[in-house]
Design a protein around this ligand. Structure first.
Ligand SMILES: [Zn+2]
Length: 156
C-alpha cells in the first residue's frame, strides 16, 4: 500500500463518516441513532489508524532513502579503494599502493577513516614518507646508510 492509496482510503472513510452523520439529522428511532453513532465512531477509529499508517509510511520512506544514499556512498568508497592494494614496502611499511601509474602510496590510518591521503616523500635518508592529513610517518624506502670514506692518512 502506498501513500496515495492510504490517502484515498482516508478520504473514502471521511465521506462515509459524513453520510452517517447526515443520518442523525433524519427523524429516526433512538435505537438506530445509537447504531449510527457507533458506526461513526468506528469510521473515526479507522481514519485514525490510517493516519498513523500514513505517518509510519512517510517515516519508512525517509529511512529507505537515507539507507539508499548510504549504500551508494559505501559502494563508491569500495570502488576507489579497489584501485589500491595493501603492500609491505622495501622499508617494511605496510601501506596501500596504487595499482596503476603514477606509483604512490596512501595512508592506512586515513583509509580506516574512509579518506584517501597520498603519502609524501620526506626526501630524507631514512626513507620516510608522511601523511599531511594525520601526520603519520611510514618507512616506505629502505634507510640509506652513510658509506665510510677512507682518507689517506697525511702522516707517514
Ligand atoms: Zn593519514
Amino acid at each position: 500500500m502506498d501513500i496515495a492509496s492510504i490517502t484515498s482510503a482516508y478520504s473514502g472513510l471521511k465521506i462515509a463518516k459524513d453520510i452517517f452523520i447526515g443520518f442523525t439529522d433524519l427523524k429516526i428511532e433512538a435505537d438506530s441513532i445509537g447504531k449510527i453513532n457507533e458506526a461513526v465512531k468506528k469510521v473515526g477509529d479507522a481514519q485514525d489508524a490510517l493516519f498513523q499508517l500514513r505517518e509510519e509510511l512517510f517515516r519508512l520512506q525517509e529511512d529507505n532513502n537515507s539507507l539508499k544514499s548510504t549504500i551508494k556512498e559505501f559502494n563508491s568508497w569500495e570502488d576507489k579503494l579497489a584501485e589500491y592494494e595493501l603492500v609491505k614496502t622495501s622499508g617494511e611499511a605496510v601501506v596501500y599502493k596504487f595499482k596503476a601509474d603514477p606509483e604512490h602510496f596512501i595512508c592506512p590510518s586515513c583509509v580506516a577513516n574512509k579518506s584517501i591521503q597520498i603519502l609524501q616523500d620526506n626526501k630524507t635518508m631514512s626513507g620516510t614518507f608522511r601523511c599531511v592529513s594525520c601526520n603519520g610517518s611510514y618507512p616506505i624506502k629502505k634507510e640509506e646508510k652513510f658509506k665510510q670514506i677512507q682518507f689517506d692518512s697525511p702522516w707517514p
